[in-house]
Design a protein around this ligand. Structure first.
Ligand code: GSH
Length: 320
């Protein structure tokens, strides 16, 4: 995908490769925070913030999951973008999308980045959180957007669990580090490395990490104990995509999640939480990745399988 250079779209990819073909992305640059505190630049408010996401993207999926878990549907609006053949990065499915807070009609997500910052140089990524009041991108880093959704909009929605409770923060942070390196990034490493050695490294790390998670989930219902936390929901988008997409498309083909008893039951446990299945469009994820504009070249052919019934019973209630 291209990027914005001094406010103009360029087709050159900014994704950098280093360390002998290992695929590494540049960090997100929009890092402001929406706060519950009404005094401040970005106070939480109903209808003010807009989330831009893409069904195919696991990072964006985290934020869509948190929007559902925290019951923010009527507080933060959700807009979907997709990749288009010969497009300019993330594209609105309908021509002439109105940018909230403005009368501008746009076709590409990058156009909203330059409304707030006409000279910006940046990747244009999903998720993106937009503020219709200041007409700026607030943040485009999923790990931060989910924290805002977890705690900063509390007064505006019905009560929901806290997924980052103070007493578990150290454990959640450590688990997040472990899964970020060994699953979230290792899958991309398998799919996008440009040397055999870099692929091998990601592949071994990925399956060592999945094996370790299988062990952990043999002892506890969720990654950090008896209650769901942010750590579970940061991992979930990669687990739900693993068998239908990553196994084949990203060459992560030592074992499937279905081959891991604890991981597959755990995945079903999370999938069956009310409101989650509705935001898991697995066929849409496959279209976004294998389709004509997606990152995996497959002549635009979408694999039909596998057929996995995530609604069949799981055994996780054995942990109470
Ligand atoms: N660290 C970012 C990464 C997001 C990301 O890489 N999103 C991908 C889609 S899965 C994207 O928009 N890529 C476009 C690009 O890198 O130019 C986050 O977690 O929000």
């Amino acid at each position: 995908m291209g990027h914005l250079l001094n406010g103009a779209w360029t087709d050159t990819d900014t994704l950098v490769e280093n360390r002998d073909g290992m695929y590494v992305k540049k960090p997100s640059i929009f890092r402001d925070w929406v706060r519950a505190d009404p005094v401040g630049e970005f106070p939480a408010a109903r209808g003010r913030y807009h989330l831009y996401a893409a069904v195919s993207c696991p990072w964006a999926h985290r934020t869509v999951l948190f929007r559902a878990l925290k019951k923010l549907d009527s507080v933060v609006a959700l807009h979907q973008v997709e990749q288009a053949v010969a497009g300019q990065g993330w594209t609105f499915p309908e021509e002439g999308q109105v940018v909230p807070g403005t009368d501008r009609h746009v076709k590409y997500l990058h156009e909203i980045y330059t409304i707030g910052d006409p000279d910006v140089t940046t990747r244009v990524t999903v998720p993106t959180l937009w503020d219709a009041r200041t007409r700026r991108v607030v943040n485009n880093e999923s790990s931060e957007i989910i924290r805002m959704f977890n705690s900063e909009f509390t007064g505006l929605a019905e009560p929901t669990p806290d997924y980052y409770p103070v007493e578990l923060r150290a454990e959640i942070d450590a688990m997040n580090e472990f899964t970020l390196r060994g699953v979230n990034n290792a899958i991309n490493g398998c799919g996008r490395s440009s040397t055999q050695a870099a692929y091998n490294e990601s592949f071994h790390l990925l399956f060592q990490t999945l094996d370790a998670l299988e062990e952990i989930l043999g002892q506890r219902r969720y990654l950090c104990g008896p209650r769901q936390t942010e750590a579970d929901w940061r991992l979930f988008p990669n687990l739900i995509r693993f068998d239908p997409i990553s196994y084949q498309g990203y060459k992560c083909n030592l074992r499937r999640i279905e081959d891991y008893p604890n991981l597959s039951n755990y995945l079903r446990d999370l999938y069956q939480i009310p409101g989650i299945a509705e935001v898991c469009d697995i066929e849409g994820m496959k279209r976004g990745v294998f389709g004509p504009a997606g990152p995996i070249k497959s002549n635009g052919i979408i694999p039909l399988g596998p057929w996995i019934d995530h609604r069949r019973p799981h055994d996780r209630a054995r942990f109470g």
